[in-house]
Design a protein around this ligand. Structure first.
Ligand SMILES: Nc1ncnc2c1ncn2[C@@H]1O[C@H](COP(=O)(O)OP(=O)(O)O)[C@@H](O)[C@H]1O
Ligand SMILES: [Mg+2]
Length: 259
């Protein structure tokens, strides 16, 4: 028995993939109704992956299943090769964050305290000083610093959305799921919040999964777009290809695609 003369130097570790999502065969049923039927796709690290489709297509259900809020009947979700399972906090600690469709803030708390709830929920191991620094950094990044001590429910809609975004970021995600974040905003606000999402994605190297009805913004932000229809993947393609398909425009994006 002979041992190798000299051990080869250990190969330098490959860079850790950050925020690569793999969804396989995801099926969700509500009673006898199949809301998602074998949905599969992947998101590259740092990609913004757009999702569109008519009302009831299963977009919110998909986000719920990818963030631990709904248990699928079949299929799996992996982040950087690791199977995500269990309750939402387990997904959160694995690097998954979700910004909800309906503004969810703690009305009795001020803006900074709202953002801090994200840090407490998502990073129980962080030292108080580290958590505080990160909260302040996120407040700066999202433009919320001037409103830090304002009651969160006293703010206009765009600012409340920023609070939700900031709280999601404070959990320390590698991937952020957003359900129609631009809903209810006017054109100028859509511009501002789209630009903020894009800047934060770039600065933090986040992957983003973006469900959005405002198609113009979705096309601008997304690397690829998936069209869901009746719980199934109709198409996954570059925005230009999606936009140049009149059938998709007519049937699945709806009249509001000009927005
Ligand atoms: N908790 C639930 N119980 C029963 N049916 C639901 C539930 N949530 C969603 N659904 C149904 O699942 C389908 C997909 O809904 P949803 O994911 O909200 O669609 P989308 O977000 O694309 O508009 C719809 O038919 C909806 O009525
Ligand atoms: Mg929805």
């Amino acid at each position: 028995m002979s041992l190798p003369q000299a051990a080869a130097p250990a190969p330098s570790p490959a860079p850790m993939p950050q925020g690569r999502l793999e969804v396989r065969g995801l099926t969700v049923r509500f009673g006898t109704m199949t809301a998602l039927d074998g949905v599969g796709f992947h998101v590259e690290p740092g990609e913004t992956f757009g999702i569109a489709g008519p009302n009831g297509a299963g977009k919110s259900t998909l986000l719920a299943a990818c963030t631990g809020h709904l248990r699928p009947a079949a299929g799996e979700v992996l982040l950087d090769g690791r199977l995500l399972r269990g309750r939402p906090h387990a997904f959160c600690h694995a690097g998954v964050a979700r910004m909800f469709q309906i503004p969810r803030i703690f009305a009795s708390l001020d803006v900074r305290e709202n953002v801090r709830t994200g840090a407490i929920f998502g990073r129980p191991g962080a030292t108080p000083a580290a958590a505080r620094d990160e909260v302040e950094r996120i407040m700066d990044q999202t433009g919320l610093a001037p409103f830090a001590t304002r009651p969160a429910d006293s703010l206009p809609l765009l600012a409340r959305k920023k609070v939700m975004l900031a709280a999601a970021l404070a959990t320390g995600p590698r991937i952020l799921f957003m359900d129609e974040p631009l809903g209810g905003l006017n054109e100028a606000e859509i511009e501002e919040f789209s630009a903020l999402i894009e800047r934060i994605r770039a600065e933090r190297g986040l992957s983003v999964v973006l469900v959005e009805h405002k198609i113009r913004a979705l096309v601008r932000l997304s690397g690829r777009i998936m069209i869901l229809n009746f719980g199934k993947v109709l198409r996954i393609d570059r925005p230009a290809a999606i936009l140049s398909d009149p059938e998709i425009i007519r049937l699945y994006l709806g009249k509001r695609h000009e927005h």
